[in-house]
Structures are given as structure tokens and as C-alpha cells.
Write a protein that binds this ligand. Structure first.
Ligand SMILES: C[S@@+](CC[C@H](N)C(=O)[O-])C[C@H]1O[C@@H](n2cnc3c(N)ncnc32)[C@H](O)[C@@H]1O
Length: 319
């Protein structure tokens, strides 16, 4: 099977339908902030023949592969290697003041998970790397081997929602003094041994939460999402639409908060008439978060945790 066939874009039809009303005019610009294998991008270019695509990814491998896949669209597609919170600078460099659509498909790609030697998957033994861009930053092994224990506990709790963080970190610190960590299997085994029986019975592989936490730390994921979502909303023209797919509650909480703030009036209480500058600048396109259908999850289990939220820009900022 080709890599394109294996990596089915999540909630694709729903994302396209959500962005559609904003992308029909000639010259509309849509930004895919998480290009990955290019599945969503390809579908955007096919469905909206008048639109131009700008697509970002921090992973050079993803850019190379998606570049081949999208080559047939010529200059309708501009691919840029960037971290998504750099969106304002990318648009400025391209001379694009405002955009009509933005899509985020957050997290790690199927491609990254499938490349065992990148160390994202706890199911296979591999070097503990986990960098989406291996040309920069520090690896998961370095985090594990060098961070002070208190910092590791904080990361496991905040980014992995791991209740047994202290227990796991005590074991890590004891073990790393004997020999630094290099590979995932040793960490998986250590977590298994460190956890009490009761904790092992809940929530799948006991290493899952620690791996998620390390990945988020290594890639500065939440910090990037916190900066990128408001930047994307700011880049939308009036009538422009944004759709965001999240795969874990920490990301989804950030998206929900940014959208809710944009959709709420900022007027001081008790004004008889709310002046324009206090009116909400976003309209929510989803009530709560939308989930994939059972059929989609049955066909593509990586869609299971997906949460989709959308919003439309309805007003300029008035200062
Ligand atoms: C879930 S995949 C996207 C899959 C894509 N929608 C498709 O259809 O093939 C997420 C992608 O976002 C990229 N990514 C994650 N965090 C990023 C960030 N902060 N800046 C830029 N790209 C990021 C990853 O490298 C990965 O390729």
C-alpha cells in the first residue's frame, strides 16, 4: 500500500464542508498549518479550484513527501518549513495580508509514528528521539537524562496527566544514574515495573501518558498551539473560517478557550447598547467539539480521539 493510501486524513469531509463557504471566491487563500503527508491539503486543492494553498510543517521529511504529492498543483501550493506559531511571519514574507481559511490537524502524523527510528511509538524499541524536526532541539532521551526530577514530575503531570508521575520519576532518576537512557524499551519496562497493579489496569499501555508528555515537552507543542491559534484567528479576513482537529484534551482546551474568548462580548457589564468594538469577532461553527463518526473510527482507529472545532471571523478588531 502506498503511504498516501495508509494515511487517511481525519474528518476530511467535515473539515472541507466547514471551510467551504469561505473558499469559493477566486484568489481565496487557505493555510494548512500541519501539512504532514498532505492529505488534507490535496483535498483542499481539489475541492476548491479557485483557492491558493499555503502549507506549513516543521518536519522536513513531511515537506519533501507532501511536496511530491502536491507537485501537480504547481504554483497553487506554496509549502513552507516553519513552526506554526510563525504563521504571521510566513504570511508577511509571502505578501499575504489576510487569509480566508485555516486548518490545523494537530499532533504527530501517522508517518512520524510509523517511522520506528524516530522514537514516537512506545510499542517498538527505538532511540528515544521524538523530535518532529530532527535538525534542531533536544531529544526525549536528553530530557529524561538531564532534567531535574521536579521538572520531570511537572512535565509528566501537566502534559501526560500522569497521576503516578512521582513514582515514575523516582525510578527514572535511580536508573539514569546507573546508565543514561537511550532507547524506548527500557523506559517502557521501567514504567511497567514502577506502577502499582491498580494503575496498570486502566487506560491502555501504562507508558502512553509518559510518552505523550515527553513528546509535548521535546516539541514545545502546547506553547506553539497557544501562540498559533490566536495568530491564525488574527490572520483571518472577515468571513474567513478556521477548523482545528485536536487529539488530546490539553490541546482541545486551548482551542476551546481561544474560540470562546473570541465569541464573547468584551463589553463592561450593564451597557444598554454594546458598541461595535466590544462585540465578538468570532462566531462558533461547532457546538462543543465534533467527533468522528463510528464508521470513520472503525476504518481509521487514529481518528478515534479527534475533536473538531471551528469558527468564523465576523468582525474586524476595532481599537
Ligand atoms: C497529524 S499530522 C497532519 C496530517 C495531515 N493533515 C495529512 O492529511 O496528512 C501533523 C503534522 O503537523 C506537524 N506539526 C506538529 N507540530 C507542529 C508545529 N508546531 N509547527 C509546524 N508543524 C507542526 C507535524 O510535523 C506533522 O507532520
Amino acid at each position: 500500500m502506498s503511504s498516501n493510501a495508509r494515511h487517511v486524513p481525519v474528518m476530511l469531509q467535515r473539515c472541507l464542508d466547514m471551510l467551504a463557504p469561505a473558499l469559493t471566491e477566486p484568489g481565496a487563500v487557505v493555510v494548512d498549518c500541519t501539512l504532514g503527508a498532505g492529505g488534507h491539503s490535496e483535498a483542499l486543492l481539489e475541492r476548491f479550484p479557485e483557492a491558493r494553498l499555503v502549507a506549513l510543517d516543521r518536519d522536513p521529511t513531511a515537506l519533501a513527501l507532501a511536496g511530491e504529492r502536491l507537485a501537480r498543483f504547481g504554483d497553487r501550493a506554496t509549502l513552507v518549513r516553519a513552526v506554526y506559531h510563525e504563521l504571521p511571519e510566513v504570511l508577511e514574507r509571502l505578501g499575504i495580508p489576510r487569509v480566508q481559511g485555516v486548518l490545523f490537524d494537530l499532533g504527530v502524523s501517522s508517518m512520524q509514528l510509523d517511522e520506528a527510528d524516530r522514537g514516537f511509538a512506545y510499542a517498538q524499541d527505538a532511540p528515544l528521539d521524538m523530535r518532529m524536526d530532527q535538525t534542531t532541539g533536544i531529544s526525549a532521551a536528553e530530557v529524561l537524562n538531564t532534567y531535574p526530577p521536579g521538572e520531570l514530575v511537572r512535565i509528566l503531570r501537566a502534559y501526560g496527566e500522569e497521576k503516578q508521575a512521582k513514582r515514575i520519576v523516582s525510578a527514572v532518576v535511580r536508573e539514569r544514574e546507573k546508565e543514561p537512557f537511550t532507547n524506548s524499551a527500557r523506559l517502557v519496562e521501567l514504567i511497567r515495573d514502577a506502577l502499582p497493579q491498580a494503575a496498570k489496569r486502566t487506560g491502555g499501555n501504562p507508558a502512553k501518558r509518559t510518552f505523550q508528555a515527553l513528546r509535548i515537552e521535546v516539541n514545545g507543542e502546547l506553547v506553539s498551539v497557544e501562540r498559533a491559534i490566536p495568530a491564525a484567528v488574527a490572520a483571518l479576513a472577515v468571513g474567513g473560517r478556521i477548523a482545528v482537529l485536536s487529539y488530546q484534551s490539553l490541546e482541545d482546551r486551548i482551542v476551546k478557550a481561544v474560540f470562546a474568548a473570541g465569541a464573547t462580548s468584551t463589553a463592561p457589564a450593564g451597557l444598554p447598547v454594546v458598541p461595535e468594538r466590544y462585540q465578538p469577532r468570532l462566531k462558533l461553527l461547532t457546538r462543543g467539539a465534533e467527533l468522528p463518526t463510528e464508521e470513520e473510527v472503525a476504518e481509521n482507529r487514529r481518528a478515534a480521539p479527534a475533536r473538531l472545532r471551528g469558527a468564523e471571523r465576523i468582525r474586524e478588531d476595532i481599537l
